[in-house]
Design a protein around this ligand. Structure first.
Ligand code: NAP
Length: 245
């Protein structure tokens, strides 16, 4: 028996990169996983390939409150009540401020920030009733520091920190914990878009001297989701090789 045996974890953006690594890590820890992404086909494929039994994949645009609610309801029916929510789905639409289009700003806020709100609201009532639950929000170090060319993305990630702390204060007395994880630069499809010069520039700012791996982030999620973190709430934990301290 592992520490998350019998638990149900709903993970958004779980078909690639960090979210996929979290699905592998939490299923290895014994949880049944609801894999959520816009591509339903890919979500089902990923769920079917996870170790253990009882996982399901769902197609859902996290930015749509009705789809988020429906996905939580389907998870409750097919897999079980959600014990662990990981709001991981995120996108970038980088541009310099003066060139940034309304759609670029709105789309990033809708997915990264409103998406997390949609799922948090949808799972909270059940968690409060059961007096047990863990909510984890995937922010970013740029939510702490800001970043040129990422006004939309940094604002969405800073917003997630405010959401995390408010939810933590509101739900702590009902046995629900809420924390944020702030990855630095992790090797995924998102960071594969960086040029070699950009990567070299980043490495100069990372005391650990390497980009992060998805497994570095997943290991922290496993800890925060488990019983060892029972007295930790409202925190922002960076996984960044010492980049921001
Ligand atoms: P990724 O490889 O681009 O994967 C993104 C995942 O999110 C995919 O599964 C994608 O599947 C899903 N997704 C995107 N938009 C969605 C939507 N509207 N509704 C539902 N699912 C959606 O991203 P990643 O690099 O692993 O990043 C994961 C999270 O970590 C993001 O929140 C990101 O901001 C954060 N982060 C990443 C880094 C990094 O260095 N990589 C650093 C700091 C923070 P579909 O396309 O099928 O929807």
């Amino acid at each position: 028996m592992s520490e998350l045996t019998g638990k149900v974890a709903l993970i958004t953006g779980a078909t690639r990169g960090i979210g996929h690594a979290i699905s592998l890590e939490l299923s290895a820890a014994g949880a049944r996983i609801a894999v959520v992404a816009r591509s339903a086909e890919r979500a089902r494929e990923v769920a079917a390939a996870l170790p253990g039994e009882g996982h399901q994949g769902y197609g859902c645009d996290v930015a749509d409150p009705a789809q988020a609610q429906a996905t939580v309801s389907s998870t409750e029916t097919d897999v079980g009540p959600v014990d662990i929510l990981v709001n991981n789905a995120g996108i970038t639409r980088d541009n310099l401020l003066v060139r940034m289009k309304d759609e670029e700003f709105d789309e990033v806020i809708a997915t990264n920030l409103k998406g997390a709100f949609n799922f948090t609201r949808a799972v909270s009532k059940g968690m409060m009733k059961r007096r047990d639950g863990v909510i984890l929000n995937m922010t970013s170090v740029v939510g702490l520091t800001g970043n040129a060319g990422q006004a939309n993305y940094s604002a969405s990630k800073a917003g997630l920190i405010g959401l995390t702390k408010s939810v933590a204060k509101e739900l702590a007395a009902r046995g629900v914990r809420c924390n944020a994880i702030a990855p630095g630069f992790i090797r995924t499809d998102m960071t594969d878009q960086l040029t070699e010069t950009q990567v070299q520039g980043l490495l100069a700012q990372i005391p650990a001297g390497r980009l992060g791996e998805v497994s570095d982030v997943a290991a922290l999620v496993r800890f925060l989701a488990g019983p060892g973190a029972r007295y930790i709430t409202g925190q922002v934990l960076a996984v960044d090789g010492g980049m921001v301290m």
